[in-house]
Design a protein around this ligand. Structure first.
Ligand code: NAP
Length: 415
């Protein structure tokens, strides 16, 4: 089949090697519109990102967007939800901005989101959660929430190594456990395996400490359930500390050192590294969110804490996330396809725009990212919002497109 995708001649690929990004002035970036509300929010997000880049750098920098197909649109065009051409282009160009894609529950096709993460070996899931004035948070002091959750993306129970209680595999494993390891488990027990490897833990820990240093964060808290799962979650804690103390010694200070050497105060310029047991971590981010900054977590805990942290600011619909590896990255909103709002010009594009902002930060285009951040905060302050926020602010909502136009106008006026 001939190619349906045209690569702009004056664009150049971004090269990411060993986690170091080399970004040309006219980088080629792939985008996938996504299903449901995806096309509307993606197109608005691209306009806002372009405006911020233009405002920050004039004509010296410009993103060369390339639309690639996945999901329902790809099914129509190629007869396949995740076509070969898209796979090849992602493998080549390595940076993707992606709208939400539908994944059926139970049967049907496998998650394309997961397939893209695997294709890029995007092992770190990054989700910044910061309160924006105007959102209806359940907290008394939501302005104290400024967290970044970094979740391991490839290991743990998410590897899907599990068998139903009545399968021959589970029977075999029960027999092995009983006879070889003297562990007795009931005959009606399903079995899942929780693998946590040193290599995968240490690469995501390294990512988290680098992220904290580069983004001038205050602390990295290792979240784990190591008191119960000693050799998986406990090992995660131990291996993460090892990275901090062997590879980032000059940048970090442990909680114990703060208490025994520095009189309870983190020395200026140092990043505090500490750890919390998962259940405690949940209550801590609710009761004392100001004490936490970057949270590094294994896959399953990371999944839970990401949404719980999102709930603290009142609306996970306005958050963006990144999936980043050493040689590629994919950026996406946290929410899904919201099918009931599809095609109605009512969806909130903020999560998608935040995903783009995060992409600009990884590219090192900080000035453009800051403009987007300021514009979103200003729009909410002016009560220029889509229906999801307008309904509890008691104001007239803007449509998806009109909200995008409002952001563009605000960016234009920003100093
Ligand atoms: P969802 O699409 O996030 O929608 C759930 C509800 O959240 C909506 O009904 C709406 O709430 C609100 N919402 C989400 N995004 C919104 C936006 N941009 N603007 C306004 N309101 C928004 O979750 P879901 O219904 O569980 O999932 C639907 C599909 O999305 C599934 O196929 C799922 O697999 C997929 N999904 C994909 C991704 C991804 O691509 N990474 C992530 C999550 C889910 P109200 O009804 O309260 O207005």
């Amino acid at each position: 089949m001939s190619s349906r995708v045209k690569i702009p001649e004056d664009g150049e690929p971004i090269v990411i090697q060993g986690g170091v990004w080399r970004v040309p002035n006219k980088p080629i970036i792939l985008y996938i519109e996504g299903d449901g509300i995806g096309p509307e929010i993606t197109n608005v997000a691209i306009k806002v990102i372009n405006k911020a880049v233009e405002k920050a750098y004039g004509s010296s920098r410009e993103i060369k967007w390339v639309k690639v197909y996945a999901g329902a649109e790809a099914e129509k065009v190629y007869g396949n939800r995740f076509p070969e051409e898209t796979i090849n282009l992602i493998t080549k160009y390595r940076v993707v901005l992606k709208g939400p894609l539908e994944t059926p529950i139970g049967g049907g096709w496998r998650s394309i989101n997961v397939a893209i993460r695997m294709l890029l070996d995007a092992y770190a899931n990054v989700r910044p959660v910061k309160y924006m004035p105007g959102l209806e948070s359940p907290l008394k002091h939501p302005e104290r929430v400024d967290l970044v959750i970094i979740r391991e993306n490839t290991d743990d129970l998410y590897r899907g190594i599990e068998w139903s209680w009545d399968s021959p595999e589970a029977a075999k494993l029960r027999k092995f456990l009983r006879e070889e390891l003297k562990v007795d488990i009931e005959d009606d027990t399903g079995i899942g395996i929780k693998p946590i490897s040193k290599y995968k833990t240490q690469r995501v820990a390294r990512f988290a400490f680098k992220f904290a240093i580069e983004n001038k964060r205050r602390s990295v808290t290792i979240m784990h359930k190591g008191n119960i799962m000693k050799y998986t979650e406990g090992a995660f804690r131990e291996w993460a500390y090892e990275v901090a103390l062997k590879e980032f010694r000059e940048y970090v200070v442990t909680e114990e050192e703060v208490n025994t050497i520095y009189g309870g105060k983190v020395p200026p310029g140092k990043i505090l590294v500490n750890d919390r047991i998962a259940d405690n971590m949940f209550q801590q981010i609710i009761t004392r969110p100001e004490n936490y900054d970057v949270i590094l977590a294994p896959n399953l805990n990371g999944d839970y804490i990401s949404d719980a942290a999102g709930a603290l600011i009142g609306d996970i619909g306005v958050l963006g996330g990144a999936n980043v590896g050493d040689t590629g990255a994919m950026f996406e909103p946290v929410h899904g396809t919201a099918p009931k709002y599809a095609g109605k010009n009512v969806a909130n594009p903020t999560g998608m725009i935040r995903a783009g902002e995060l992409m600009l930060r990884f590219m090192g285009w900080r000035e453009a990212a800051d403009l987007i951040d300021k514009a979103i905060i200003e729009a909410i302050k002016q009560k220029k919002v889509t229906q999801d926020l307008a309904r509890y602010m008691g104001v007239q909502p803007l449509g998806t497109k009109e909200f995008g136009d409002a952001l563009i106008e605000i960016i234009d006026q920003l100093k």
